[in-house]
Design a protein around this ligand. Structure first.
Ligand code: SF4
Length: 341
């Protein structure tokens, strides 16, 4: 996408009334009784299209909130039919994306999605470890994720895998296995979500009973950074790291786990720190050091409250300053470290 192009999603929350699952971290089933079914999908979408800010050069309609392909064929066609009509009337809207479960994907469903011009399918994969999936009561296996991913790609849809770390039974090693297994399927993009303990969930009850230890924010950042490195290495796009406040039903819904409003930025800061540290050697001690970063990236290098800089200054005895550059040398991803007298 050219730099001047700006893309928007027109989000539509699809209440997952039919979800037969009760994943330990999810409160959607418990709140589904109060979620309203959208009666006029076309009206909602055409209004949203008309109100789309002019700064956006393209948009997609995004059916999120549950397992879209589990809502039943008539409902699915009702939502998709309205979306298709709005796309035909608005050239700026280029396609439809939706999220679903790996075990709600088969050829019959994908034929329907194709018929209405769906462009991207996001799979809630969460983990590639069967024991973690079982303890999280996901109701599907790692093999289901693999099969669904292959089928989605075979049909030519863009594939996005949503992954979690910190679920019951998960460890750093299992998280790495999950990230590597996901990368092997060569998705077009991933979303990385450290597990968050949300009010009115089984996980909240498990944590209260001492059966589950939530991630700390530090551990969430560490694990998400390790996952991110695997995807960056393979040139797999990362669409998001961490839940956004707007993903939560209410601001006070979070009881614990890997939630921080700036989690994505904290993960990137860790990657900057790691790359900087890889370039610092003992001979830097006592010297002035420049961290050269691309335009707009000074805060990523510095970290929250300049903690990266303070850490490096103390550990290596350097005096550090972060500056912007228009050119990073080949092989340098985030930061180029230079010394000066
Ligand atoms: S995460 Fe998805 S599949 Fe699991 S309970 Fe929530 S809506 Fe249902």
């Amino acid at each position: 996408m050219a730099k001047s192009e700006l893309h928007a999603n027109i989000p539509v929350f699809v209440p997952h009334l039919a979800c037969p699952n009760d994943c330990v971290f999810c409160n959607q089933r418990r709140i589904s009784g109060t979620a309203e079914v959208m009666s006029d999908v076309y009206g909602f979408l055409s209004n949203a299209a008309a109100e789309l800010d002019e700064k956006f050069t393209s948009a997609e309609i995004a059916f999120f909130g549950g397992s879209f392909t589990g809502i039943g064929e008539p409902e699915m066609r009702r939502y998709l039919g309205a979306a298709k009509k709005v796309i035909e009337e608005n050239p700026k809207i280029k396609g439809i994306r939706l999220s679903t479960r790996p075990d709600y994907i088969d050829r019959e469903i994908l034929d329907i999605l194709k018929e209405y011009g769906v462009t991207a399918v996001e799979l809630g994969a969460q983990s590639f470890c069967d024991d973690v999936l079982a303890l999280s009561r996901r109701g599907h296996s790692a093999k289901d994720i693999e099969n669904a991913s292959k089928l989605i790609k075979e049909y030519g849809f863009s594939l996005v895998l949503q992954l979690m770390t910190g679920l019951p039974g998960d460890t750093r090693e299992k998280t790495m296995f999950t990230a590597k297994s996901a990368a092997e399927l060569v998705p077009d993009a991933v979303r990385i979500y450290p597990c968050v303990v949300v009010k009115d969930t089984c996980l909240a009850e498990m944590a209260q009973r001492g059966e589950y230890e939530p991630l700390t924010v530090d551990e969430a950042v560490f694990r998400a950074a390790e996952m991110a490195e695997i995807f960056i290495e393979k040139d797999i796009k990362i669409l998001r790291i961490g839940l956004h406040s707007s993903d939560l039903v209410r601001d006070d819904s979070v009881l614990g786990g890997g939630f921080h409003p700036a989690l994505g930025e904290m993960v990137l800061s860790r990657l900057y720190l790691k790359e900087a540290e890889n370039q610092i050697s003992a001979e830097f001690c006592g010297r002035n050091v420049f961290f050269e970063v691309e335009k707009g990236c000074i805060s990523k290098m510095n970290g929250q409250k300049r903690q990266n800089i303070l850490y490096l200054e103390e550990k290596y005895g350097i005096k550090a300053k972060t500056v912007e550059t228009s050119f990073l040398p080949a092989g340098v991803r985030y930061v180029n470290v230079k010394t000066f007298q």
